[in-house]
Each structure stands twice: as C-alpha cells, then as structure tokens.
Design a protein. Structure first.
Ligand code: 3HC
Ligand code: NAI
Length: 700
C-alpha cells in the first residue's frame, strides 16, 4: 500500500471543530498508512488554535472495520493503535467519534478511547475478533467492560455480533444516536461539550461498572461453555480478560489483555480463521467473468414447493426483505407449509432470537399462490419440489410459460443433473442450481451450481443473490453431489470401511467429535433419516457410482433399514435412542461382526488417530480432484463449503487448509500408503501429486 498518510486521513476545521476524516479504502481498516495519518492529524488538531474540539469520522459512510487483517503475522511499523488511543484519552480538547456504517474490532476500540461516541441510527458497532480466533487486543476487553459492565462486554465480545445503534445506546456503548448527518451531529455534540467545559470522561478510568462483581459469574461462564469451546483459545481468553477488568487496575488490565491477545495470535486457530475470512470473500468471486457483467437486481422471488426446503427458503428470503410468492400443488399443501413456517417463527420468538415485529413484517412479505400466473412479474423463481426429474421438467415447463425473459430460474435439487433440467426449458441460459442446506433458514451455505448452459449473468446474479440473502455462496460445477455431497459420499464410504475393519459408528463419530465436528457421520445420518441415505445409496448403485459387489462395499445401512431402523425418528438407526439421546447399540455391533465375517475381514482394534486421518484424507483427496476438475474454483472454496455447510471446525480452517498445515508432501505420502493397502479408491488426485511432490501449498 503506497497511500500517503495525509491522504488516508483528511483534515478540516468546521465551526471551530477539527474534523479528521479517515479515507482508507476499502473499509477504513487500521493499516499502517491510516495509523500514521490518524496520529499526524490528531497532533495537528491538538496543536491547532482554530480548533476547540475534534471529531473523528470515516469517509464513504463507514467508520473503521478494525485492524488491517492483511497485516496479521507481518512485522508492524508506524504508530501502534494503542499509542493513538492513549493520546486521544489524554487530549485536552474533547474527542468525539462520529460512527456511520460500522465501527468494528479495532475500529470500536478507537471509539472507546474517545471521550464521546455519536452513532448514526443505521450504524452498527461490535467486537468481532472472536470470529478470527482473536480477542480485542487494543484495550477493547478492558474498556467495553468498564463502560457497560462484564455481562454486556462478554455477550458482545464472545458473540462477535454487530449491534445496531439503538441497542448500543441502550447498553451504554454509545452516547447519542443521530438520525441525520452524523458528522454534523457529532460537531454539534462536540461544541456543546466545549460549552459545558471539561474534564472529558475517559472510559478506562471508570470503575463503577466493574466493582463488586461475583467471580462465580466467570467460573459459571467457563463451565457452561467448556464443551462448546473445546479446541479454541480465544473464548477462554476473552473471559479471562473481562474478569481481569473487574479485578485489576486499568494499566495492569491492559497488559493482561496484551498477553492474552498474543496467545490467541500465536495459536493455530488464528491462522485458520483468518484463512476462512479471506476464503469466504474469495468464494464470492467468479473467475473468468468480465467485470462488465453485473448481477441483475432481485426484489421479488417465487418459490415452488412449500415443503421442508421451500418453507425454509421462503423464511430466509422474507427475512432478507424480499417479497416472496409461495406456490404448491394444492391449497392443503400451501396451508401446511405456511403453518410450518409460522411455527418455526414462533419458536424463534419464544427463544428470543427474533422479535414478533420482525416476524410479522416477514410474514407480511409472503404471499401464497396456486397459479403460476402469479409469477409473471417476479425476478427469480426457486423450485424446491420433489427430487424427481420428471416433476422438475413439468415445473420448469410451467415456469417457461409465465416467467418474464431473464427471470432467473433456480433449482434446489440436491443431486439431479442441472443441465438436464436446463435443456428441457426454453431459456437454459437463465437456469441455475441453488443448493440450500437444511434447515434453509439457518444454514449459511448455498452451493450455486453452474450448468454448462447457464449464462455468466445468471451465474453472477445467483452468487450476488446468495450474499444478498445472508448466505455464503460457493460456486460448484455440475457433477453428482456437486462439491459438498460428493466429498461426503467419499468419506462416508471410508467410515463404512473403517467399521468393516473393526470400528463402530460410535467410535468413528466420537473420533470426529474429538477432532472438532459437532457431530459424527452416523449420528448425522440418523438425524436426517436413514430412508434418505438409503435413497441416495440406491441411486448411486443404479447409476453405477457404487458397486454393491465390491469387496469394500459395506451393507450396514441396508441391514439397518431392513430391520425397520430408520434413524432417530423410529427410535433406532446406527444408534438406539431414548428420546433424542443416542447410545451405542450391541445389535448394530453384531450386524457389523456378521458383515465382516461374510466379507472375510478379520476385525481389529482401530486407533482414533487412524479414523481421523483416513476420514480427513478421503475428504482432502476428493477435494483435490474436485479442484483439479474445475468443479470448485479453488481449494479454499472447499474449506468454505465444509465449515459453513458440514460442521468442519472453523478453528481448523477447513479440510484443505488442514492438509496444508500437515504439509501436502506428508498428505501425499499417506494417501499413497493407503493406495498401496486398499487400491483404486485411494488413487491420489493429480493436483495432490503435483503439489505434494513440489512441496508447496494448493496454490503452488
Ligand atoms: N482488514 C483488511 N481488509 C478488510 C477488512 C479488514 N479488517 N475487512 C474487510 N476487508 C476487505 C475484504 O477482504 C474485502 O476485500 P476484497 O474486496 O479484496 O475481497 C473488502 O474489504 C470488502 O469486504 P467485504 O466483502 O466483507 O465487504 P462488506 O461490505 O460485505 O463487509 C465488513 C464489510 C462488515 C467490514 C466485513 O468486511 C467485516 O466483517 N470485516 C472484518 C471486521 C473484523 O473482523 N474486524 C476486526 C479485525 S481484528 C481487530 O480489529 C484486532 C484488534 O482488536 C486489535
Ligand atoms: P418435501 O417433500 O418436504 O417438499 C416438496 C414440496 O413440493 C411438497 O410440499 C410438495 O407438495 C411440493 N410439490 C411436489 N410436486 C410439486 C409440483 N409439481 N408443483 C408444485 N409443488 C409440488 O421435499 P424437500 O425435502 O423440501 O425437498 C425439495 C427439494 O429440495 C428436492 O429437490 C430435494 O432434493 C432438495 N433438497 C432437500 C434437502 C433436505 O434436506 N430435505 C436439502 C437440500 C436440497
């Protein structure tokens, strides 16, 4: 970055108030030129006899997005953020920040070092460092606790959420909220403070909110979350820091926080989570499409099928402020679908995750229709009808008859060939797959499946639309299973072979849980219903993707289903259930013993480490094939898919990042070892051979 500091922060005096305007694209992060600029302009304002006060504001309707993440891990030069903040606190003129857009992480920490904080009503503040495996390391844990008390500070820092201005005012995190121009409001605010006279309040000197706190509060917080935070560093350190703010003197608290920040910064989880931050943003980019091609604006959407997925998609769209028309084949199906949507909303209200007002507004945006004529004016149509090609064709023909030209036609198919769907329509260029995950109103991932016939405009529209509705879109090519389920099929099969050799569903699941997955393969299948797994398997056998006569085919799923065990809903599956509580079942262990005997396999003890390596390497090798075939645009897209859609622990950065951390040479050697032992299913991907032999990362 070659920007001059004086360009990164501009200076002017208005009404005897120095206005320091940070203009450091794209997000006014605290990169070196910006820090230099801020320090220089601050000194200028301090020394300026024409200024009685100062207002710090960000250009382009945003304050500061935090530390410059691109600088992480590099040696730092220029003034430190903490030095600038210390000067702000000591200033003899009142320092007011004017927050528009967002003040996040280090950005909100700068705000906390000002004497006063004025926010625009549309602004949001937050300390999201935890999402990067970090904690607020420039005094945020100490100042937020002193300003708003430990409960608010912990909720804010552990949650990492963006808090709207009105709520921030209520919590005492800002001093005023302005409806109009926030810079003008902050200038007026500063002038009033000058008129009232000093001294100006300094957050770090406050003690009223941090005295008399019961240490049990922190002990409980740690105990309650121990399982959830397993393997992570930052959440525990955050609790330590907030606790420190309640028992240490300010200066010591800041030193404590600095050390805790260093521990997080040095932990592997920081590198993993920063990788994911950039991976998520890279995933949104479509290679090879001219920047001239812009996404179409989507304001209204038609959804076909009011079942599990259609209902969830409808909620997600309505929550994002879109007008939705929901269609099903009968009034009864629509009524049942809408009733489920309302039920889900009520559960969220009861849980406190949304308000009745928001739900009412969302429901007000949903209209039900029985006739396709209702879709004549919508910008996009998403179908989520039964997973059957004939039904899909019929639905797309009906769409053809009414949709306006250029309206995007998306299919939520989880396994069908999207080109085959597209070819049966009059406008194949407008057809795209949008593979949502269940529950669609909750799960962040959406695979945008690009068929050969989709136009670049349709592709970029679907990607931008994914982001518009709050999802994390990943572009996938058209192949059985796309990215996510294709990888799942491969490592699921490896899990089965591990059981054939001597393991059990619970051992495989426990080993994966220990690695950091929220749940293992078999518990997940039991929850989804084994009829679903069996359907997928039969389809794979029919298409020749799976050979039931192969020595490594494990018919446990078939045997379990034959015994009437369809998963949690029938009280038994890979596990047996007492309500929702799963426990190992000797009957399943016996089935496995029998299958191993039939296949002539002598069962052996299998170490958890072998389970984890074989499952992960199966993921990684298939992932490498997917990249090499161009099904995924880049290796990091697989990390995004797996962390946002399949529960891969974020603090490990995704399977492909994990493999890079192990060393691709070591990964290749291990895959070759398995190939020698097991044959073709372990043939290494060409990309893995290339990168492993070259000793590089995935990018070469
Ligand atoms: N540093 C460097 N680059 C950043 C950045 C940051 N803090 N935040 C965003 N960017 C970059 C993105 O990589 C992206 O670059 P690209 O165009 O080359 O891909 C560009 O800015 C735009 O970002 P988004 O696509 O995410 O834009 P949005 O408008 O959707 O979102 C945002 C903006 C809400 C600011 C979002 O980018 C965000 O959440 N950023 C991270 C905020 C954060 O985590 N801050 C804490 C940093 S850690 C810290 O402050 C430590 C301190 O306590 C010491
Ligand atoms: P579902 O059975 O819950 O819902 C399907 C709905 O479509 C029903 O309400 C049905 O009445 C309606 N429907 C069927 N034919 C229709 C027609 N010709 N016209 C109008 N409406 C019609 O099914 P689900 O689970 O919601 O799946 C829908 C699609 O989403 C399938 O393609 C499935 O593969 C895919 N999918 C499912 C996931 C899941 O976990 N359930 C995950 C991701 C994708």
């Amino acid at each position: 970055m070659t920007m001059k500091p004086e360009d990164a922060v501009r200076y002017e005096v208005r009404d005897r108030v120095a206005v320091l305007t940070i203009d450091f694209p794209p997000v006014n992060a605290l990169g070196e030129p910006m820090r230099r600029g801020l320090m220089a302009r601050f000194d200028q304002a301090q020394a300026d006899p024409a200024a009685d006060a100062m207002v710090i504001v960000g250009a382009n309707d945003k304050f500061i997005a935090g530390a410059d993440i691109r600088e992480f891990g590099l040696p730092k030069s220029g003034p430190m953020q903490s030095e600038i903040q210390a000067k702000m606190e000591k200033a003899d003129k009142p320092v007011v920040v004017a927050i528009d857009g967002y003040a996040l992480g280090g950005g909100f920490e700068v705000a906390l070092a000002a004497h006063y904080r004025v926010a625009a009503s549309r602004a949001k503040v937050g300390l999201p460092e935890v999402n990067l495996g970090l904690l607020p390391g420039a005094g945020g844990t100490q100042r937020a606790t002193r300003l708003a008390g430990p409960a608010v500070a912990l909720a804010m820092i552990l949650g990492g959420n963006q808090i709207p201005a009105a709520k921030a005012l209520q919590l005492g995190l800002v001093d005023a909220v302005a409806e109009g121009d926030v810079t003008e409001a902050a200038i007026a605010f500063a002038r009033q403070k000058v008129a009232e006279g000093g001294p100006w309040p300094v957050v770090i000197e406050r003690t009223d909110k941090v005295t008399g706190i019961d240490p049990q509060f922190f002990a409980d917080m740690r105990a309650k979350n121990a399982a959830k935070w397993k393997g992570m560093v930052a959440p525990f350190k955050i609790v330590d820091c907030v606790e420190a703010a309640t028992r240490l003197e300010a200066r010591e608290g800041l030193v404590f926080e600095k050390e805790a920040f260093k521990a997080c910064n040095d932990a592997p989880s920081r590198a993993a989570q920063v990788h994911l931050f950039f991976a998520e943003r890279a995933a949104a980019k479509v290679e090879g499409v001219s920047p001239e091609i812009k996404p179409k604006k989507i304001r209204s959407v038609g959804v076909i099928g009011a079942g599990t997925m259609g209902g969830g998609i409808t909620m997600c769209l309505a929550n994002a402020g879109l007008v939705v028309k929901l269609l099903d084949s009968s009034q009864a199906a629509i009524d049942a679908g809408l009733a489920r949507v309302k039920d889900n909303y009520q559960t969220s209200v009861a849980r406190g995750s949304t308000s009745q007002d928001k739900v009412d507004a969302a429901l007000g945006r949903i209209e039900t229709v029985l006739d396709y004529a209702g879709f004549a004016d919508v910008d996009m149509i998403i179908e989520a009808v039964f997973e059957n090609m004939d039904v899909k064709h019929e639905v797309f023909r009906k769409i053809d008859a009414v949709a306006k030209p250029g309206a995007v036609r998306a299919s939520n198919t989880s396994a069908l060939d999207i080109d085959q769907v597209a070819r049966a329509t009059k406008r194949p260029q407008d057809v795209i797959g949008m593979h949502f995950f269940s529950p669609a109103n909750v799960m962040k991932l959406v695979e945008v499946v690009r068929g050969d016939l989709a136009s670049p405009e349709t592709i970029v529209t679907a990607m931008a639309f994914g982001k518009q509705i709050g999802k994390v879109p990943v572009l996938a090519g058209n192949c059985p299973g796309f990215i996510g389920n294709r990888i799942l099929a491969r490592y699921g099969a490896e899990g089965d072979v591990l059981m054939l050799e001597g393991s059990t569903p619970w051992q495989v699941d426990d080993a994966l849980k220990e690695f950091g997955f929220p749940m293992g393969i078999y518990l997940m299948r039991d929850m989804a219903g084994l009829d679903v797994s069996l359907g997928v398997r039969r389809n794979a056998i029919e298409t020749g993707a799976v050979d039931p006569d192969a020595p490594d085919f494990v018919p446990l799923l078939e045997r379990i289903c034959e015994a009437g065990r369809l998963g949690q809903k029938t009280g038994a599956g890979f596990y047996k259930y007492d309500g929702r509580k799963a426990s190992p079942d000797p009957e399943v262990a016996e089935m496995l013993t029998r299958i191993s005997a039939e296949k002539g396999v002598t069962r052996r003890e299998i170490a958890d480490e072998e389970i984890v390596w074989r499952v992960l390497l199966a993921m990684v090798n298939e992932g490498a094939k997917i990249v090499e075939e161009g099904i995924a645009q880049r290796a990091s897209d697989i990390d995004v898919t797996y962390t946002f859609g399949y529960g891969f622990p974020k603090y490990r950065g995704g399977p492909m990042f994990w493999a890079e951390q192990q060393g691709l040479d070591k990964v290749l050697a291990k895959v070759r070892e398995y190939e020698a032992r097991y044959g073709a299913r372990w043939a290494p991907a060409k990309l893995l051979v290339e990168r492993g032999e070259a000793g590089t990362g995935w990018k070469g």
